[in-house]
Design a protein around this ligand. Sequence first.
Ligand code: BGC
Length: 456
Amino acid sequence: MTPEHVPPSVPAGLRWSAATSAFQIEGSRPTGAVGRSIWDDFLERPGAIIDGSTADPACDSYRHPEADVALAAGLGLDRYRFSIPWARVQPDGRGAGDAGALDHYSRLVDLLLEAGVAPFPTLFHWEMPSAIEADGGWLERDTAERFAEYANIVADRLGDRVRQWYTINEPAMTTLQGYAVGTLAPGRQLLFDALPTAHHQLLAHARAASVLRERGASTVGLANNHTWVLPLHDTAEDREAAAVYDLLHNRVFSAPLLDGAYPDLESLGLPPMPVRDGDLEEIGRSIDFYGINFYNPTTVTTAAAGSPVPFDIVPTPGVPVTGFGPEWPIMPAALRDLLIDLHARHPHLPPVVIAENGAAFPEPARAGRIDDTDRIEYLAGHLAAVGEAVDAGVSVEEYTVWSLLDNWEWADGYTQRFGLVHVDFETGERTPKASYDWYRDVIASSRAAAATAVAS
Ligand code: BGC
């Protein structure tokens, strides 16, 4: 590790992780697996996926989990974040779990434990069974009950070995991109009528959390996507536009978990949440840690006349960008400010787990060593930002890189590579990038520092 790449202050005692998700790495229809999800449906829509690709075989991980476990162990990770696909476990969205799928995830758990890496699965990383979407998906309250049933099936099989769980990944993205504007599955365009999907996901999370605890889980949380919202101009209009966007992207999903209440939606002319008696109490005491996925800040200005929403998202001036271009600006200080702000606003903020952080940059498709200093700089900058937040009093327990592997980036297909490990999608060959070696060294030196601190 070169000195300029050593993050200035890695918080002592931080746990280390890297993440993937099932649909993005497994291959969509590997031999022996059944079940159809909204992503199988969505990717068949003409034009939905930028390069017209499918997620099959992606990294072909369903058939070769050993290679990925070896890569996770090679980094020295404390935990590996992966997801279990609901549509494989309950292909029809109800009834007993599919034996083949449960065997597969049971084996993956064993492989991880044998390699000394704690399994940290996510129960829902966006792949809703098509059969449930046909019944209304997250627009229906009943989906929360069905999710708890699914959690029970998985915990029944894995709960003897898995003690820590994420329930749902990024409910905000499912609500905003999946149901409001339709750029992700299920591709609905309901605008503000999508808001009930937020409540039903949070309720599903809370119901599943109780089930998991009854089955012996020690630690349960979810992963909320957070952005740090900046007004383009320091004007009352832009500050107001930023506040509305902040509410929709961040606070609708954080406040019920952290304060047991939704922010005031009605004064903005938004429909109320379909809350029933007891829901908010249940959601408000449902997490042992607060999972945050952070990628970039969002700059907002007032909307042009005729826009269906009262804000416009614009490039963040004066900062570098990732492979997505101006859509994904790089600003590590935004993560520090976001963490400090959450801590200040929420007196009951539980320990934070950074559940995803990472960046895509243009990289060759064919196998070969990649000297991805841009990714190293991105990760080092964000780790330093976490360190500054910890110094300011925020409790952060864990840091997770997205992603262990290059994978299928949803509507962006194979055009964006986030991995610490390069994957040649034609041959399946995996080649650790320079960032893999860097992250392994960061983990090793942080452990060594912790051991020295204990000894002295
Ligand atoms: C998601 C991942 C995704 C990553 C990069 C997160 O929103 O959880 O599945 O690949 O961001 O876009």
